[in-house]
Write a protein that binds this ligand. Structure first.
Ligand code: FAD
Ligand code: NAP
Ligand code: SF4
Length: 686
C-alpha cells in the first residue's frame, strides 16, 4: 500500500500539515500538574518525531468551573505560559504542529463547582450542576476566548474546542440536558448559541491564521440527543463562524453503547464523518476505532474524511507515521483497544500509559540504552508469551545477544487464546508486532523447545529470564476429573461444549469464555459492523434523537451460568471502561451471573452448588473451569523457587543471573500490562 492519501500534506491556506494523521486528544494525567510538563513535553516530542501531522493535547479547562477533576489543568493566566511553551517548543523542534484542546467538563466535572445548561445531574458524576446564568454564559465564552489567546501566545498552532462526548457544549446543544427557556435554550439556533459565540470570539481574538478545530458530536447515543438535521445545522453555523476543521465526536460518556473498546468494529462510525464532509466545505477529521494505516488510508481514499484522528494508536506506537512512510507498517505496535493502561488509568487518577508500550508517558524514565563491547550479554529468555517477548525484543534492540525459547510451536503464549475470544481479535496484532521485532533485532527464536536446566547450562548464558507463565488452577471439587469438565484452554482451542454450561470463576477469563460460548461454532467472526450496530441498537442514519434504535433480539448459542464464590456483583474486577460492556453483553444474552456460590460436587447431572444456605444442582452438560492460575517457575534454581523476593536476591551473585517476570513471577492479578512492563523493565536494566 502506498498510503498516498494518509501521507499527503494538507494546505490550510495559512499553514500546512505534513500529513493527515491527527493525534487525538487524550488525558494522560500529566496535564494537570505543572511539574509533569517536562515529561509531557518528552511524550509529545517523541510523537512529533514519529511524524504525526497534528497533535491535540489532553483537555485543558478555560476556567475552574470547567475542571474535570479538582485542580485539573487550566490555561487562564500568563503564569501558565512557561509550562505550555515546553510542549509547543518540543513539538516544533521535531517539525510537528500542536493544538491545545479546550475542555469544559460541564456536569461531567467531578468537583463541586460544576455548571451546565440546566441543573440536571449526570448519571456518571455525583455532583449536581448549577445552571449557568446569562452572565455566567457570557463569562464562560470570554474564558474560552482568553484560553485560546493564551494558547496562541504559548506557541500552539491552534486549539480544539471540545464540543462532544457529553461535555458542556454538548450539554447546551441537546434537549436531554438543556431545558432553558432563554435565548440559549429551546430551538437548535438557541441551543447552539454558546458554541457559535465561542468560535466567533476565539476567531476575533486569535485572528485568521490560527487552527480552530471543533469536535462535534455526530451521534449522541443517548435519549434526548440531537437529530442528524440539527447536527448539520450546527456544523454549518460553526463553519460560518470560523471553524477551520471539524473533528468527529461519537457518543456521550454516559451512553450505554460502547464506542471505542476492542469489540467495537474498526471504523464503525466512519460513515457519519463522510456525511458531515458532504455537508460542509472545511476538512473533516474521521475518528473512533481506527488503529492501522491500512484502515486510515482506505477511509481517506473512500472520502470518509480529510484527516484521521488516532489517539490510543499513537500512545501504543509513537512511530506510527514514520513506519508507515518507510514501508514498515507491519512493525507498528498496534493499539488493541483494551483501555487497560490508558483510559482505565485516567479514571483511577493514575498516569496513562499503554499495555503494549510501557514507555508511553514514561519516556524519560524507561529508557532503552544501546550497549556494545563487553557490556553485551548473552541472554536466554524462556517463554514467548507477552512477558518473554517484551524482554527478548527490548534486550535485543539494545544490542544484547538473545535466544528466545518456547515449548509451543508459536509465539504469543496466552494471547493465542485471548485472540480467539469474539471481539478480542485485535490481540493477534500484538503477536504480529512482536514477530516483526524478533526478526528486526535478530533474536534467535527456538520454538517447540521445552527448556530444562541442562539446556540452560549448555548455553552458558550470562542471564536467564524466566517467563514461563502459568498453569490454570484446578480447584479441588469432587468430580473435577469427570468427562464433563473442561478448562478454558480446552474450550478456546475448540473442544465440544454442551448446550447448558456452568462456568466456574468470573474473572476476566470467565467473562471471555462465557462470551465465546454465546457464539456457535463456525459463526462468522469478527461480527460484521452492521450486525454489531444492530446488536447495540445504533442507527447511523440518526433517524431518532441520539441515533438509538431497538437492539436486535439476542440469539445466544447456549444457556450459561457464570459463577463466583465471592458475594456481590460479578465482574467488579474488570476494567472501568470495558467491564460494563462485558456485563451488558452477558446480561442481554441471558447469562445467569451468580455470586456467593460454593461448589459442592460435579456429577453426571451437572454441578451441585450451595448459595445462601440452599443446595441445588445446576443441570448442565459441561462445566468450564476458569478459576485463576498458578505460577510456573520450576526452572528457577531450587532455593530461588521458594519465594520470588528471595529468588531475586539469592541468585543475583550466581552465573547465570536469573530473573523472573510475568505470570511466572506472580500469577495473582496477572495481566498482560504487567507482563509486558516487567519484560521491558528487566531488559532495560540488563
Ligand atoms: P504466558 O502468556 O502464559 O506465556 C508463557 C509461555 O511460556 C508460554 O508460551 C509457554 O509455552 C512457555 N513455557 C512455559 N514453560 C516453558 C518451558 N519450560 N520451556 C519453554 N517454554 C515454556 N490479559 C490482559 O491484560 N487483558 C486481557 O484482555 C486478557 N485477556 C485474556 C483472555 C484469555 C482467554 C486469556 C487466556 C488470557 C488473557 N489475558 C489478558 C492474560 C494474559 O494473556 C496474560 O496475563 C499473559 O499472557 C501473561 O504473560 P506471560 O508471558 O507471563 O505468560
Ligand atoms: P482472575 O481474574 O484472578 O479470576 C479467577 C476467578 O476464579 C475468580 O472469579 C475467582 O473468584 C475464581 N477462583 C479463584 N480460585 C478459585 C478456586 N480455588 N476455586 C474456584 N474458583 C476460584 O483470573 P482469570 O480470570 O484467570 O484471568 C487471569 C488474568 O487475565 C486476570 O488477572 C485478568 O486481569 C487477565 N484478563 C483480563 C481481561 C480483561 O478484560 N481485562 C480478560 C481476561 C483476562 P472467587 O474466588 O470469588 O470464586
Ligand atoms: Fe491501546 Fe490498550 Fe495501549 Fe490503551 S492501553 S493505548 S487501548 S493498547
Amino acid at each position: 500500500m502506498s498510503y498516498q492519501h494518509l501521507l499527503a500534506e494538507l494546505d490550510l491556506g495559512f499553514t500546512r500539515l505534513r500529513n493527515r494523521v491527527v493525534m487525538g486528544s487524550m488525558h494522560t494525567g500529566m496535564e494537570d500538574r505543572f511539574w509533569h510538563y517536562p515529561q509531557l513535553a518528552a511524550y509529545f516530542r517523541e510523537r512529533a518525531k514519529g511524524g504525526v501531522g497534528l497533535i491535540v493535547t489532553g483537555g485543558i479547562s478555560p476556567n475552574r468551573q470547567g475542571w474535570l477533576l479538582p485542580f485539573g489543568g487550566t490555561l487562564n493566566s500568563v503564569f501558565d505560559l512557561r509550562n505550555h511553551r515546553l510542549l509547543t517548543e518540543a513539538v516544533h523542534a521535531e517539525g510537528g504542529k500542536i493544538a491545545l484542546q479546550i475542555l469544559h467538563a460541564g456536569r461531567y466535572g467531578y468537583q463541586p463547582f460544576v455548571v451546565s445548561a440546566s441543573a440536571i445531574k449526570s448519571p456518571i458524576s455525583r455532583f449536581k450542576p448549577r445552571a449557568l446564568s446569562l452572565a455566567g454564559i457570557a463569562s464562560t465564552v470570554r474564558d474560552y476566548a482568553r484560553c485560546a489567546r493564551l494558547a496562541q501566545r504559548a506557541g500552539y498552532d491552534g486549539i480544539e474546542i471540545m464540543g462532544s462526548e457529553g461535555y458542556l457544549l454538548n450539554q447546551f446543544l441537546c434537549p436531554r440536558t438543556n431545558r432553558r427557556d432563554d435565548r440559549y435554550g429551546g430551538s437548535i439556533e438557541n441551543r447552539m448559541r454558546i458554541a457559535r459565540e465561542i468560535v466567533e470570539q476565539v476567531r476575533a481574538v486569535c485572528g485568521e491564521r490560527f487552527i480552530v478545530v471543533y469536535r462535534l458530536s455526530l451521534i449522541d447515543l443517548v435519549e434526548g440527543g440531537n437529530t442528524w438535521d440539527e447536527t448539520v445545522q450546527v456544523a454549518k453555523a460553526l463553519e460560518a463562524a470560523g471553524v477551520t476543521m471539524f473533528n468527529t465526536g461519537i457518543g456521550w460518556h454516559e451512553a450505554r453503547v460502547p464506542t471505542i473498546v476492542t469489540s467495537v468494529p474498526r471504523a464503525a462510525f466512519a460513515s457519519l464523518s463522510a456525511r458531515l464532509k458532504a455537508a460542509v466545505k472545511v476538512p473533516v477529521i474521521v475518528s473512533n476505532r481506527i488503529n492501522t494505516p491500512e484502515v486510515a488510508e482506505e477511509l481517506l481514499a473512500q472520502g470518509a474524511g480529510d484527516l484521521v484522528s488516532m489517539a490510543r494508536p499513537l500512545l501504543a506506537d509513537p512511530e506510527f507515521v514514520v513506519k508507515t512512510a518507510e514501508g514498515r507498517a507491519h512493525e507498528i505496535n498496534t493499539c488493541i483497544a483494551c483501555n487497560q493502561a490508558c483510559l482505565d488509568h485516567t479514571f483511577r487518577n493514575e498516569r496513562a500509559t499503554c499495555l503494549v508500550n510501557p514507555r508511553a508517558g514514561r519516556e524519560t524514565e524507561l529508557v532503552y540504552r544501546t550497549v556494545s563491547g563487553p557490556a553485551v550479554r548473552s541472554v536466554a529468555v524462556v517463554g514467548a508469551g507477552p512477558a518473554g517477548l517484551s524482554a527478548a525484543t527490548v534486550a535485543a534492540s539494545r544490542g544484547h545477544r538473545v535466544t528466545l525459547f518456547d515449548a509451543s510451536p508459536t509465539i504469543g503464549g496466552q494471547f493465542n487464546l485471548a485472540m480467539r475470544v469474539p471481539g478480542k481479535e485485535e490481540f493477534g496484532e500484538t503477536i504480529r508486532y512482536f514477530q516483526s521485532q524478533l526478526q528486526r533485532h535478530r533474536v534467535d527464536v527456538r520454538l517447540d523447545t521445552r527448556v530444562d536446566p541442562a539446556l540452560l547450562a549448555a548455553g552458558a548464558y550470562d542471564d536467564v529470564i524466566v517467563a514461563t507463565g502459568i498453569v490454570p488452577r484446578r480447584p479441588a471439587i469432587p468430580g473435577i476429573d469427570g468427562p464433563n469438565v473442561l478448562s478454558y484452554v480446552d474450550v478456546l482451542r475448540g473442544a465440544p461444549v454442551g448446550a447448558r454450561v456452568a462456568v466456574i470463576g468470573a474473572g476476566g477469563i470467565g467473562f471471555d469464555v462465557s462470551e465465546f460460548l454465546l457464539h456457535r461454532p463456525g459463526e462468522p467472526l469478527p461480527m460484521s459492523r452492521d450486525a454489531w450496530l444492530d446488536e447495540w441498537g445504533v442507527d447511523l442514519a440518526v433517524r431518532e434523537r441520539g441515533g438509538l434504535k431497538t437492539p436486535a433480539p439476542p440469539q445466544p448459542a447456549r444457556q450459561i451460568w457464570l459463577l463466583q464464590r465471592k458475594a456481590g456483583k460479578l465482574g467488579m474486577g474488570l476494567g472501568k471502561t470495558s467491564g460494563w460492556v462485558h456485563r451488558a453483553t452477558l446480561a442481554r444474552n441471558g447469562v445467569k451471573m451468580l455470586g456467593g456460590v460454593s461448589y459442592l460436587e460435579i456429577g453426571a447431572r451437572g454441578l451441585k452448588i450451595a448459595r445462601e444456605g440452599v443446595e441445588a444442582w445446576l443441570d448442565v452438560d459441561t462445566i468450564v473451569v476458569c478459576a485463576g492460575q498458578e505460577s510456573l517457575r520450576d526452572l528457577l534454581p531450587r532455593a530461588a523457587a521458594a519465594g520470588v523476593v528471595a529468588a531475586e536476591r539469592s541468585v543475583e551473585t550466581q552465573s547465570p543471573r536469573y530473573h523472573v517476570i510475568g505470570g511466572a513471577k506472580v500469577a495473582t492479578e496477572l495481566d498482560a500490562k504487567r507482563a509486558i512492563r516487567e519484560g521491558a523493565e528487566v531488559a532495560a536494566a540488563l
